[in-house]
Design a protein around this ligand. Structure first.
Ligand code: MF3
Ligand code: CO
Length: 248
């Protein structure tokens, strides 16, 4: 069941989304060669707590940190570590969730670490652009898979792979609500979008095959072929007109 949010609920989610978005913006200035993935997590957790919010991910299904920090071939759910030091040429995806008055916002970005290859830059850019292609269909009246199809079309037209094993989702009191939102599929399928739905749209795109495996820590998801992956996510409200991005 897809839960429709009231204007009062959306107002709370707006506050939550502001903090999640702000953290991802600030990280642009912090991410550089020499810092550890745990340093990134520390900044994320401190900033959420400073705003009197709760780090949504910490303790979720036993997840041990406030942020997921995923370097290079890690697609999602990288666990922060003091030993994992970013170096020039890496790309790093950071996924953040904040809970405010019981409501969750969820967003992610992929960042360059210093100078990166033009191919890595293109992967990051196309992943972001595929989100905005999907966003064009985040309007009342379209069907859910119109979003999925638009994302897939953009990513594959640029020669990239679309992850199948993780999907976007509804978001609200729970981080993962209905519906599941694949980043691939035929258009014109699934439920019609309605004003008041809140969706986390999150393309996860690879330079090569979309196949992944999860490491023995039961979290870290890596590409099987070892090629780079990028992630771009925002919490989006379906309105009677333009979609509202809560985490930008
Ligand atoms: N933010 C991720 C998602 O978009 C989930 C993080 S998993 C967690 O679905 F365990 F770290 F919370
Ligand atoms: Co999400």
């Amino acid at each position: 069941m897809i839960i429709i949010k009231s204007q009062d609920e959306i107002e709370i989610m707006r506050e939550s989304g502001k903090v999640t978005g702000l953290i991802l913006k600030e990280l642009e200035k912090i991410i550089a060669p020499g810092i550890s993935t745990m340093d990134i997590n520390g900044f994320v957790e401190e900033t959420i707590l400073k705003h009197k919010m709760i780090p949504t991910f910490k303790g979720y299904g036993g997840y041990p940190a406030a942020a997921c920090v995923s370097v290079n071939e890690v697609v999602v759910h990288g666990i922060p570590s003091k030993e994992k030091i970013l170096k020039q040429g890496d790309i790093v995806s950071v996924d953040v969730g904040s809970t405010y008055k019981g409501y969750v916002s969820d967003a992610a970005r992929t960042y360059p670490v210093g100078e990166i290859s033009s191919e890595a830059e293109r992967l990051i850019r196309v992943t972001r652009e595929s989100f905005f292609e999907g966003l064009k269909f985040c309007r009342a009246g379209y069907r859910l898979s119109d979003i999925s199809h638009a994302i897939q079309k953009k990513a594959e037209s640029e020669g990239f792979g679309v992850i199948r094993d993780f999907v976007g989702h509804g978001v609200g009191r729970e981080m993962h609500e209905d519906p599941q939102i694949p980043n691939y599929g035929k258009p014109g399928r699934g439920p019609r979008l309605l004003q008041g739905m809140v969706l986390a749209i999150e393309p996860m795109i690879t330079q090569g095959s979309y196949e992944i495996e999860v490491l023995l820590d039961n979290w870290t998801a890596v590409t099987c072929d070892g090629k780079l992956a990028a992630h771009y996510e925002n919490t989006v409200v379906i309105t009677d007109g333009e979609p509202e991005l809560l985490t930008l």
